[in-house]
Design a protein around this ligand. Structure first.
Ligand code: IMP
Ligand code: MG
Length: 183
């Protein structure tokens, strides 16, 4: 769906399709410069990373494997607690593999921090993180993110894989949800 299909539910477009594609093209080149000889395994976290993964992996100028994890955060309310349960684990044995986690957005970074620690316990050669979007809150936690698409303000965004109550993941742009939608 396009921004106009959301009518008044979208306050503004933050990133257009063209801006996202251009940035992913740059990241693809950067990542390949670092990983071309490392048989990198791209690991996506369901479901938000589906769209980023599809475009980022095609922006790589060479072949790369991918795998997926699904996790659920324990804890009350909408804030993630950092306590995580694995709903779907990797199919791949990552012993001695170079792993690049592909994420849609890092807010508190708690979930991702748990996932990285979990993957590091499996004796991989390395674990790095690539995220399309990062909010300022993420700067407060000790999480080293190697590749960042865009730093964005603390606003609730939807589209390009990101949802509000599972809606709008299929929006082509990244947009700010109108406040009347969640107040
Ligand atoms: P964290 O553990 O606080 O970093 O949680 C990150 C997760 O929260 C992301 O993977 C998203 O699923 C969700 N999230 C955080 N900010 C937004 C947003 O602005 N829009 C949609 N989902 C978000
Ligand atoms: Mg998510």
């Amino acid at each position: 769906m396009d921004a106009e299909h959301m009518g008044a539910d979208l306050a503004k477009v933050l990133l257009t399709e063209q801006e996202i594609q251009a940035r992913l093209g740059e990241l693809g080149q950067e990542i390949w410069a670092d990983y071309h000889d490392k048989n990198v395994l791209l690991v996506g976290v369901l479901k938000g990373a589906v769209v980023v993964m599809a475009d980022l992996m095609r922006a790589l100028p060479g072949s790369a494997e991918m795998d997926w994890m699904a996790v659920s955060s324990y804890g009350s309310g909408t804030k993630s607690s950092g306590v995580v349960r694995i709903l779907k684990d990797l199919d791949t044995d990552i012993t001695d593999r170079h792993v690049l986690i592909v994420e849609d957005i890092i807010d508190s970074g708690l979930t991702l921090s748990w996932i990285r620690t979990n993957l590091l316990s499996r004796s991989p050669a390395s674990v790095e993180i690539c995220t399309l979007l990062r909010k300022p809150e993420a700067a407060k936690v000790e999480i080293d993110v190697r590749y960042v698409g865009f730093d964005i303000p603390t606003e609730f965004v939807v589209g390009y894989g990101l949802d509000f109550a599972e809606a709008y993941r299929n929006l082509r742009v990244v947009g700010v949800l109108a406040p009347h939608m969640y107040t």
